[in-house]
Every structure is written in structure tokens, then in C-alpha cells.
Design a protein around this ligand. Structure first.
Ligand SMILES: Nc1ncnc2c1ncn2[C@@H]1O[C@H](COP(=O)(O)OP(=O)(O)OP(=O)(O)O)[C@@H](O)[C@H]1O
Ligand SMILES: [Mg+2]
Length: 265
């Protein structure tokens, strides 16, 4: 379970640029929850992920992951428990290292395993199978430098590296936004498959209104540093994109404004 308790973060405190990016955010993510997150530009979505992953410390409040208060835990320590994917396919993998070397690094990184050790043939076979399951032909290019891969292939690699050891939480910050539509769909399908197989607690920021309602089991919307809508179950199943837009403008008095927003497919 992930508990966010009264999380607040103001950037540029005391300056002319002071901005309350998160205000008293309370949120509980249960085992097996896959929540999609929508909101206008600047709503605080990435800031929320930053507070959870340890990119910075919140001004107030707590982040409790599986019973452990990680609010002030350094980012590298949290990286052992929390997998994060960003929009930029260049983040998360080392371009000058081969696919095999990147995977080996992820495998032994941060002692996620009780005994950090070199990759053994048995481990390699498991990774080969998981790569093959992606259907991107990566399994036959183990000796290829990651820098030569396409953006979609790199995001698939990053996803695999982030989930090699089952993380307690997976954070996806518009991780398909920089990809062409067909590749984005493919990476999304791999994501859904990985989340399902490993039963990962997952939070996914997206600008695609339709897939926000279709993927996962719960959807939240953020505006001005707050969660303004949290739907699941039958209520969510009955919702259309129009309902989301109406809810947003109804509570905010302004239209949901996201420069990457997709209403349909
Ligand atoms: N390091 C920072 N320093 C100062 N201001 C920041 C910083 N990070 C974010 N902000 C501000 O906080 C607000 C929330 O930003 P955030 O990146 O969380 O928005 P977002 O919901 O992810 O938007 P987008 O959809 O554009 O990615 C914005 O006004 C942003 O300019
Ligand atoms: Mg963002």
C-alpha cells in the first residue's frame, strides 16, 4: 500500500515565482491498484511523482510505502523499491552499453537482490524470455549498444530494467508521449502486460483521456496541486471522456488545458 498524507510542496518560496505545486494531497494506493492520472499542464502531476520517488522532499506530509515512511529517504535508496519511467526515452538506459550490459546493471543495481552477484546463465535466460515476449526483436540483439535502439525499444528496455526485480511501486510519467502512435500503443501493451503479470502497484500519468479510462482500475484528475476527482469501479466504467472534461470544468471553472491532450485514440 502507498499512502500519501497531507503532501504539500511550494517551489520558489519567498520569491516572486513562489508556486504551490502540491497542496495537502491525501491519497491511498492499494495492492494491485493501477491508477491513471490526468490533469492540465502544471497541475502538479510530475511534482507528485517527484515527492514519491525522492527527486525532492515535500515541505509537509508523508510518503509511506508498504508501511515504511520513505518521505526523506534518499532517491538512490528509494530507487530499489520504486521504478520510474519518464517521457524521454533517453533516460533510464546507458547508451554506450549493450542491451546485455544494461540488463546486468539493472539486475545487480542497489542490491535489490539479497546477494548482489554477477548475472548467471539462468538469469540471462529469464531476461531473454522477457525481452522476447515484448515482440520487438530485442532478444536477438543482446550485444547491440542501447544508443542504437529506437525510442520505443529503449522505453521497452527501461520498463524491463525498472521491473527486473519486482518494485513495490511503478511510476509512469507520460512514458509513451514522445513515441509515434503505433510504437506508443506497443509500449503501452507491454506495460499493461508487465503490470498484470507482476501485479504491480502502478501510477501512470497520461494525456490520453480515453486510455486513462480504459487502462487500470482507477482514474484521478489533478488541478492546481490537488486531486479533484478519484473514480473507480462502476462509476468509472460508466464514464466517457466528455464526463471527465465536464467534471474538470465544473470544479475548476475552466477547461482542462493540456498541450498534449488526446481526446480519442
Ligand atoms: N523544480 C521546480 N522549480 C520551480 N517550479 C517548479 C519545479 N518543478 C515544477 N515546478 C512548477 O510546479 C508546477 C507543477 O509542475 P508539474 O511539472 O508537476 O506539472 P504537471 O502536472 O506534470 O504538468 P505537465 O502536464 O505539463 O507535465 C508548475 O507550475 C511548474 O512550473
Ligand atoms: Mg509533467
Amino acid at each position: 500500500m502507498l499512502e500519501l498524507q497531507n503532501l504539500s510542496k511550494t517551489f520558489g518560496k519567498g520569491t516572486a515565482n513562489e508556486h504551490a505545486a502540491l497542496t495537502n494531497v491525501n491519497f491511498t494506493l492499494h495492492e494491485g491498484d493501477f491508477v491513471t492520472i490526468l490533469g492540465s499542464n502544471g497541475a502538479g502531476k510530475s511534482t507528485l511523482f517527484g515527492a514519491i520517488s525522492g527527486a525532492f522532499w515535500p515541505d509537509r506530509g508523508h510518503v509511506v510505502l508498504d508501511g515504511e515512511d520513505v518521505t526523506y529517504q534518499p532517491i538512490h535508496k528509494r530507487a530499489q523499491k520504486i521504478g520510474v519511467l519518464f517521457q524521454d526515452p533517453l533516460k533510464g538506459t546507458a547508451p554506450d552499453m549493450t542491451i546485455a550490459e544494461n540488463l546486468a546493471l539493472a539486475f545487480t543495481r542497489g542490491n535489490r537482490f539479497p546477494l548482489a552477484r554477477a548475472l548467471q546463465k539462468r538469469d540471462m535466460d529469464i531476461l531473454w524470455d522477457r525481452l522476447a515476449a515484448f515482440g520487438m526483436g530485442l532478444e536477438d540483439r543482446m550485444k547491440m549498444k542501447v544508443g542504437l535502439l529506437s525510442g520505443g525499444q529503449r522505453q521497452a528496455m527501461t520498463l524491463l530494467m525498472a521491473t527486473i526485480a519486482k518494485p513495490k511501486l511503478l511510476l509512469l510519467d507520460e512514458h509513451t508521449a514522445a513515441l509515434d502512435p503505433a510504437t506508443a500503443e506497443k509500449v503501452l501493451a507491454i506495460t499493461v502486460q508487465t503490470v498484470r503479470e507482476q501485479q504491480l502497484k502502478t501510477m501512470m500519468i497520461t494525456h490520453n483521456m480515453k486510455s486513462a479510462l480504459a487502462l487500470g482500475n482507477r482514474t484521478i484528475m489533478m488541478a492546481r496541486g490537488r486531486i479533484i476527482l478519484d473514480v473507480a469501479g462502476e462509476q468509472r466504467a460508466a464514464m466517457q471522456v466528455d464526463d471527465l472534461l465536464r467534471q474538470y470544468s465544473g470544479t475548476q471553472g475552466t477547461a482542462l488545458d493540456n498541450d498534449r491532450m488526446l481526446l480519442g485514440d
